[in-house]
Design a binder for this molecule. Structure first.
Ligand SMILES: [Zn+2]
Length: 233
């Protein structure tokens, strides 16, 4: 925790407050009902034997995902929110019988689903980076699962991320493709955030800076606070 308490905490706090205030949901507002205590489950996409998308300069998606996830965890803890991480490290402990990359990926995805579905009150935020064969596509897009609440959280996050980080962005929240195992099998409100395109030089440049990754984390936390404090019953 201590390594996160740096100059940027006041900035992050200001971003969270600003976004929460925009929606009229202060971070100290009580939940409508305490029946379901929410837990922010933070999923840093890929990791271990699976680096995810690879930028032309060698930047691995899994590393950017983890950095944003750790910042989100630190900010959430700072705010007194309960969190669970699907991974907190670049490496992943695979079961001994998983001896191929494919088997390791499958075992890892099963483990993540098991963790999410065994966490009461879970709200899943899965962090990823996009990539496209052409360099021009750019921007942030939030996808949502089928469980009620997912679409609402996705639309909140999409509006906040666009408004705070890329006002020119025309992408809208959309249902997740059914091939994404974790999102398909999570039995809770769940969103997957594609924070930018590693194939776009401007997006990649921003994602490689600490302040931008911090802002992403802060806006995601603010969106989670708006969602949980406004709609959890
Ligand atoms: Zn990914």
């Amino acid at each position: 925790m201590t390594r996160f308490i740096k100059w940027w905490f006041p900035l992050a706090a200001a971003v969270v407050l600003a976004v929460a205030a925009l929606a009229g949901q202060g971070p100290d507002a009580p939940a409508e009902s305490p029946a379901a205590e929410p837990v922010l489950v933070i999923d840093a996409g890929h990791g271990g034997a699976d680096g995810g998308a690879l930028a032309a300069d060698g930047t691995e998606e899994s590393d950017i995902n983890l950095d944003i996830a750790l910042r989100l965890q630190a900010l959430a803890a700072f705010w007194g929110e309960r969190t669970v991480m699907t991974r907190s490290d670049a490496s992943i402990d695979y079961p001994g019988e998983a001896d191929t990359i494919s088997a390791k990926k499958i075992a890892d995805q099963h483990a993540r689903v098991g963790l999410v579905n065994s966490t009461p009150g879970a709200v899943l935020v899965s962090i990823h980076q996009n990539k496209y064969p052409a360099a021009s596509p750019h921007g942030i897009q939030v996808f949502y699962g089928a469980v009620p609440g997912s679409e609402e959280l996705a639309k909140l996050a999409q509006a906040n991320l666009t408004g705070q980080l890329c006002p020119e962005n025309r992408r809208v929240a959309a249902p997740i493709d059914s091939s994404v195992y974790l999102m398909k099998n999570a039995r809770c409100a769940a969103i997957l955030v594609e924070c930018g395109f590693l194939s776009n030089p401007d997006d990649l440049g921003k994602l490689q800076t600490e302040p931008y990754r911090l802002k992403l984390a802060a806006v995601l936390l603010a969106s989670y606070l708006q969602y949980t404090r406004g709609t959890i019953t």
